[in-house]
Design a protein around this ligand. Sequence first.
Ligand SMILES: NC(=O)c1ccc[n+]([C@@H]2O[C@H](COP(=O)([O-])OP(=O)(O)OC[C@H]3O[C@@H](n4cnc5c(N)ncnc54)[C@H](O)[C@@H]3O)[C@@H](O)[C@H]2O)c1
Length: 317
Amino acid sequence: MGQKIIVTGGCGFIGSNIVTKLVCEGYSVKAIDDLSAGKVEYIEEPMKNKERCTFVEGSIMDSKFLEKEFRNYDAIIHEAANPDVRTSKDNIFKDFEINVLGTLNVLQAMTNNKISKVVFASSGGTVYGETKVIPTPEDHRLDPISHYGASKAASEQYLASYASLYEIDAISLRLGNIFGPPSNHGVMRDFFLKLKKNPQTLEILGNGKQIKSYLYVDDCVEAHIRALQTQLSGHTAFNIATSEGVTVNEIADGVVAAMELENVEYSYTGGERGWAGDVRKAVSDTTKATKALQWKPKTSIKDGIKKYISWLEKEYQ
Ligand SMILES: NC(=O)c1ccc[n+]([C@@H]2O[C@H](COP(=O)([O-])OP(=O)(O)OC[C@H]3O[C@@H](n4cnc5c(N)ncnc54)[C@H](O)[C@@H]3O)[C@@H](O)[C@H]2O)c1
């Protein structure tokens, strides 16, 4: 029988894709989600396999609930979080509670159930903050400039202490900007919706020159599976993204091309950042994941944008 895996945030964008893939690969999966952002319909397909896919509604803030639900499981993939960098400045305590205390609850429920493997969704675009070392390797100092980035860095530190105290194999995947179905946030969807409203002009936050590492969701899911299947010890962090940076202007060009629009005029809100806490340049060095996890992205940014826009076109027709 395949391993039994819990996916927290299993009805969210990335979580639902992970649940679907795990069930296809023969694992038994329980998705846990409070449905604050996720939808059960995102895992409708894997849920058809009733023996190997279940869903339980509940919050990672409820430690008793986690302790009970984690019983007799082999590993945890921890995705549940407030994933919004922009709102983390205004919702400091909510961000801290869900992202840091929630992670602590997950780690504690794991150790109480003697579960010794966790894969955690950290953030390569925010934990390093502003750095001159581009592309940035994992051993670079963590110096976040957003509360969201701080919450992910703090969670990683708890993964490290739990890994050391309880002999847990804890892997932090420092994800780049992940995009694809069924994401309901992010720059590409913002551009798509703006262009649907007005196909002549597009407002871009900042000066359009911010450079980030992006990654299509299928490649992100594959990295989670590789991390789950690779036996390591202690806490290990991996950057998971494409290692070439893409500017916001290039993303706008990709969305315009995928929507088959022409002569779209760009306007800029100005400044070097899209919002407070927006890192101007965040490009990940992914050499470590290539070597240790045998992982490499397969989908080009251009092809990924096409796939995602074609899905958005169906969603919003
Ligand atoms: N999307 C990205 O580009 C990106 C980049 C870096 C890291 N991440 C991280 O990856 C993970 C998944 O992100 P996503 O983009 O799929 O976001 P998402 O909002 O689609 O998924 C998060 C899920 O967690 C659930 N959730 C929130 N609070 C919860 C709680 N208290 N208890 C139980 N469930 C709760 C939500 O309902 C949602 O289904 C997050 O940890 C996020 O910080 C995402």
